[in-house]
Ligand binder design. Sequence first.
Ligand code: AP5
Ligand code: MG
Length: 215
Amino acid sequence: MKLILLGAPGAGKGTVAKLLSAIDGSVQISTGDILRGEVQAGSDLGRQAEEYMKKGDLVPDSLIMGIMEKRLQAPDCAKGFLLDGFPRTIPQARALKELMARLDITLDMVVNIDVSRDVLLDRLTTRRTCVNPACQAIYNIKSNPPQKDGICNKCGSPVVQRDDETAEAINHRLETYNQKTAPLIGFYQEDGMFHNITGATSDIVVNAIKSELGM
Ligand code: AP5
Ligand code: MG
């Protein structure tokens, strides 16, 4: 499947992408995970992105498009991909449209995971993430805690709060979402491939996506 997953911080884009990926091997492409990996590796790109991310600001479109242009041409994308956290701005959405036309890629659909602000705030303050850049498994101390406190079930690395999970950064990320990313809903509604999905559990969201795709 070839999907864009839209949704505010904490909506469950990463959680749903991992579940969908397990169904048919489509790859999860999370620009947030890629950037956190670069920050940890201390690369040039990571150094450029770090300050924006800590504050909850978006990284400049040019950096993101540089990453995505290469990533979408990797052989593992042929099976399908789940775009998690990209595009995030109207210029990114326009650039993606042009890139997909050039690479002859057709999207199946754009899904917006619709979650109330209260729930988002609760999830973001209780999330824990595996520090291993190759894993970045997602936990939640309320809804999905690791089996051993503070240790990733999958790779045994520590699970911690992300650098952008301070109250200040969370508020700023939600504001940034409302200003810069929410307008993508209108952009994709015009394209006719937009689906809004409200679901209390990730399984409900996954099943709604499967049913829209006729799976
Ligand atoms: P990114 O990593 O994309 O963060 P985000 O969009 O803020 O989204 P999150 O990862 O916080 O939430 P999520 O929707 O994935 O939720 P999750 O599944 O973890 O981006 C980080 C930063 O990188 C940005 O601020 C920006 O600086 C930069 N960046 C990234 N992409 C960019 C781009 N394209 N352009 C510019 N800058 C970019 O779930 C949240 C929690 O809830 C978890 O604990 C989970 O276990 C729990 N949960 C999920 N679903 C449920 C459920 N149904 N019931 C109960 N708990 C649930
Ligand atoms: Mg995420």
